[in-house]
Design a protein around this ligand. Structure first.
Ligand code: GUN
Ligand code: FE
Length: 437
């Protein structure tokens, strides 16, 4: 049905490869056109070429939304964050474990209340869309109602989101504890209810090794094997004290990552948050099994967890993606997350081009989730989740971007100086879901 055709004119940028490994990794159409129908991408290309073709094909005049001066790119993909932690973002504590005790657990306690869960999920999703994030891998709490609340809020706006019930049967307050069997039973029920319902995807979500018994990790690994097309997410090797704790809890394991490996949790569609304190053997196992890393720079700096080793991860070719880790992370903005990722890389003498950062925040995330072709770029048939970036969003950004001399410099200025204000509009499945104006 041609009448359903939507057209957007702007500069268009998207990726088909990792710029770290391919000279020709992206498509850039300075005067570009994005064509969408029925929530899917029809084509992305040069305005002149596509519009001539279209005029020949269409009987009626095509109405084009004019975003000239701005940049259309795929929506950002944030591969690790916690919606229940929205209300405690920017809570100070000397490190991860005291922060969990003092703020996180008491905050998560409130998510047994469906009305509260709905209220926070709605605000959280609004904030993601304001920041240009259209897909996220999200943690709920141990409460099954917190999962229903999130998926319902996502489904109501037809977003492609991944989430799951946190599994946690030890080393946490009693009010947040499940049991090995009970937690898995609830997870399987939620998985059957929500996985692949519309655009929703389920993730089996053990919080991290210290809060699950061996029995619970065993069952989580078995559940993951029973549902290979479901997701699995957890935290790994984030902080020195946490790594030492895991060593004392699992003395039989070679490393932190080896705990997960023993339980069959390294697999495609698994997403490991942080991974600051891995060794080369861990990285090699992740690459072999197509297990992905969610790099969380704002959180790792905020909690003093450490500096992610980009060189080590790239040497082993581990699938990489970028994540905010709200509320350990300090911003919902993937642009601000790029800003801090760049500086973390610099501290270890790695140079992270803007082109690579935008790749990691779009196609890199999609690939890490085995969703290339569905989200993350503008191949024909992909879901039309896209954002309109405004290089004139603030006086400083406008002044700086007018003086850039290459696309790389322009993207770099957007990554370092940009935030939610640089997102002029966000579209999900071809529908406008946020507009700054
Ligand atoms: N490790 C276990 N739980 C958490 C959490 O909620 N946030 C972070 N950053 N690390 C964790
Ligand atoms: Fe986290």
């Amino acid at each position: 049905d041609q009448s359903a055709l939507q057209a957007y004119r702007a500069s268009v940028l998207h990726f088909h490869a990792d710029p770290a490994h391919h000279a020709d990794a992206y498509a850039w159409h300075e005067d570009g056109l994005l064509l969408v129908a029925d929530g899917k991408v029809v084509a992305a290309g040069d305005y002149q070429k596509l519009s001539v073709q279209l005029r020949a094909e269409l009987k009626s005049e095509l109405k084009i939304q004019d975003y000239r001066g701005k940049i259309i790119m795929p929506g950002f993909i944030d591969t690790h964050l916690h919606y229940p932690q929205t209300d405690m973002i920017a809570s100070p504590a000397p490190g991860l474990l005291p922060w969990l005790e003092k703020y996180t657990f008491p905050t998560e306690r409130k998510f047994g209340n469906p009305a509260h869960a709905k209220d926070v999920a709605t605000f959280f999703i609004d904030e993601l869309l304001r920041c240009g994030t259209t897909t996220a891998m999200v943690y709920c709490t141990v409460n099954p109602v917190s999962v229903d609340a999130f998926f319902s809020a996502s489904e109501a706006r037809n977003l492609r989101m991944v989430t799951g019930k946190v599994l946690m049967d030890r080393n946490c307050p009693e009010f947040l504890q499940d049991t090995a069997e009970g937690g898995i039973r609830d997870s399987e029920e939620l998985l059957k209810k929500w996985h692949k319902r519309g655009r929703q995807l389920y993730a089996i979500t053990p919080r991290f090794a210290p809060t699950s018994s061996n029995a619970q990790l065993q069952l989580a690994g078995e559940l993951a094997q029973a549902y290979p097309d479901a997701y699995l997410q957890t935290h790994a090797a984030e902080n020195i004290d946490e790594v030492a704790w895991v060593k004392s809890l699992f003395p039989e394991s070679r490393s932190y990552m080896d705990v997960y490996d023993k339980y069959g949790m390294l697999r495609p569609r698994s997403m490991y948050g942080h991974c600051v304190w891995l060794d080369n053997h861990d990285r090699q196992r992740m690459a072999e099994t197509q297990s992905a890393i969610a790099i969380c720079p704002t959180s790792n700096l905020f909690l003093g967890s450490g500096l992610f080793d980009f060189k080590g991860a790239d040497a082993a070719a581990v699938p990489l993606s970028l994540a905010t880790d709200v509320g350990g992370g300090t911003s919902f903005s993937m642009l601000q997350t790029m800003n801090e990722a760049y500086k973390v890389a610099r501290m270890a003498t790695t140079y992270l081009p803007a082109m690579r950062m935008f790749y990691l925040a779009t196609l890199g995330g999609a690939r890490s989730m085995q969703l290339e072709g569905t989200i993350g770029n503008f191949v024909a048939g992909a879901e039309a989740d896209f954002i309109v970036l405004d290089p004139q969003a603030t006086p400083l950004l406008a002044r700086r971007s007018e003086r850039t001399e290459s696309l790389e410099e322009l993207l770099f200025a957007l990554a370092l100086l940009g935030d939610d204000r640089a997102i002029a509009a966000t579209y999900a499945a071809g529908k406008l879901v946020h507009s700054r104006a």
